[in-house]
Design a protein around this ligand. Sequence first.
Ligand SMILES: [Cu+2]
Length: 119
Amino acid sequence: MIARLLPLRLGKFGLHLTTAITAGLLAGGALGAAPFTISQKDREFRPREVIIKRGETLRFVNDDGELLHHAYLSSETFEFDSGDQKPGSQFDVVFSVVGDYTVLCGIHPKMKLGVHVTK
Ligand SMILES: [Cu+2]
């Protein structure tokens, strides 16, 4: 009985190990680094300024109660538009082009986020 249980346990352990390695590879490789979160609480982007590397992701979280936001960026080299950001929603943007940008909110003109994308 013991002899039959032992391989089963090893098998389970092996499975967990494989899962852990796969998850690690995804986190560090295929999916890129974890997104950098931008809060929009109190009608402000927080932080107000961010330096990231090309290919990194900013995650815009609408954590501002019942308010609607609408993050967008329009420049010659790079642009995005989140559309209406419902309360509690999030929107990811991969900054694929090096440059200095200002992200705005289509609903609250005072909201500004400086994004510096480096090589
Ligand atoms: Cu806004």
